[in-house]
Design a protein around this ligand. Structure first.
Ligand code: FAD
Ligand code: UDP
Length: 388
């Protein structure tokens, strides 16, 4: 990997725009499987996209710069692929939530229900109780996030744990949000506290930063950081294949308007204590608390010896996205979906550009999905094309 060496683009066959998981996997495959030279550019001063992590200067604690990232997958193909570049620790994600000053397990499970209602229900009793709650405000066909959540847990649990958090996180009334957002969150009538059900989970032992470095550190890959595609676009040979993982609306100069994204802001603090909150992620369910959650990164690596007198926390605040903020979550209103369709139509007419990743396809994708989609695109659109 030649970092920051501008070799010029004359004769270049493959350009990857963006060094997140999508771009990095594509580049790694082109370099190692196809045996071809590839240039990767990123407008940021680091590689790894939003999954990047780096050790904090004062403590050495590996921090996920864009918020907590937990690797989890059901795909043996993805797991086998990513394990070629790193080993994972045995971390299993668990989240607590703070409501009215008390701590509860999240997602809502038997412990949350019993603590919230002051009961000692068995799983069957809790199920019957929550069913009664649901029947009080019955929605045969839930039309939005609020109705969907109430139809899953009833109004009282919804108002305590979902309404305020969702309103803060999306800066939108939950009645105006699509129902499917809440489907990402499981509800359980057992004491299971693991956030994810996937068979393979963990955090890269040496951190995401080290993982990306290993994937990109190949003789056939040239990496140019601080390089915006739109500043060098005119230098790219017409027959170069471009894999574009930046925002699709920007690629087409916002011709049909800007796609809606929600953004985030993180406030970092190094505190003179060994342990601030006793867990990696604490959600704050109440609307009057301005941040949505606090991340404490030391807890992602129980296997490491971190300093005993300092810890690093990030408070996470939600922001409405603009052209000048980092896009994090697609808002995906029906207007956004129509606009995206128009951009897709244009994308289909670009003979030498492939669009991928969360920004290129305007979708929320976990890291394993991004890796899988990149591997599929490589096999079906790049490797096949090179052999014709
Ligand atoms: P990105 O990582 O965003 O990479 C795109 C890259 O393109 C960026 O580096 C950007 O700088 C670059 N770029 C854009 N435009 C240009 C341009 N014009 N020129 C040059 N470079 C450009 N997934 C999980 O599996 N587990 C989790 O726990 C998890 N937590 C998450 C938490 C948050 C807060 C968010 C928002 C996402 C989370 N995700 C998680 C999803 C994860 O972040 C994505 O799957 C992953 O980042 C997608 O990779 P990507 O390559 O598509 O995009
Ligand atoms: N959610 C909530 N309370 C919580 C956690 C999540 O209401 O304590 C809702 C919220 O609307 C969120 C959705 O569940 O957008 C999906 O949760 P997930 O953890 O996937 O959120 P993410 O941070 O990835 O959006």
């Amino acid at each position: 990997m030649d970092q920051g060496v501008n070799l010029g683009f004359i004769g270049l066959k493959y350009l990857v725009v963006g060094s997140g998981f999508f771009g990095t996997v594509i580049a790694e495959r082109i370099a190692n499987d196809l045996g071809e030279q590839v240039v990767v550019i990123d407008q940021r001063s680091h590689f790894g996209g939003n999954s990047f992590s780096a050790p904090d200067d004062a403590t050495g604690i590996d921090c996920h710069i864009y918020g907590s990232h937990i690797f989890h997958t059901k795909s043996s193909h993805v797991w086998e692929y990513i394990n070629r570049f790193c080993s994972f620790n045995s971390y299993r994600h668990k989240v607590l939530t703070n409501h009215s000053g008390n701590f509860y397990q999240m997602p809502v499970n038997l412990d949350t229900i019993n603590r919230f209602f002051g009961t000692a229900f068995s799983p069957a009793e809790a199920r019957a109780f929550v069913e009664e709650e649901i029947q009080r405000d019955y929605f045969a066909e839930p039309q939005n996030l609020e109705e969907k959540a109430i139809s899953l847990v009833g109004r009282r649990l919804y108002e305590a744990f979902i309404k305020g958090y969702t309103a803060k996180q999306w800066q939108t009334d939950p009645k105006l949000l699509p129902a499917d957002i809440i489907s990402r969150l499981p509800f359980r009538f057992s004491y299971k506290i693991d956030y994810f059900d996937d068979p393979w989970q963990g955090i890269p032992l040496e951190g995401y930063g080290a993982l990306f470095k290993r994937m990109l550190n190949q003789p056939n890959i040239d990496l140019l950081l601080d390089t915006d595609y739109f500043a060098i676009r005119s230098q790219i040979p017409a027959d170069c294949k471009v894999i574009f993982t930046g925002p699709i609306d920007r690629f087409f100069d916002y011709r049909f308007g800007i796609l809606g994204w929600r953004s985030l802001r993180f406030e970092k603090e190094v505190l003179p204590v060994s342990d601030f909150q006793g867990t990696t992620v604490m959600n704050y369910a109440d609307e009057k608390i301005p941040f949505t959650r606090i991340h404490e990164f030391r807890h992602y690596h129980d296997e490491r010896q971190y300093p005993g007198d300092k810890t690093v926390i990030y408070r996470e605040y939600s922001l409405t996205g603009t052209r000048d903020t980092d896009p994090y979550y697609p808002v995906n209103t029906s207007q956004d979906q129509n606009t995206y369709k128009q951009y897709c139509h244009l994308a289909g007419q670009e003979p030498n550009v492939l669009f991928g990743g969360r920004l290129g396809t305007y979708s929320y994708l976990d890291m394993d999905r991004v890796i899988l989609q990149a591997l599929e695109m490589y096999e079906s659109r790049i490797k096949v094309g090179s052999q014709m």
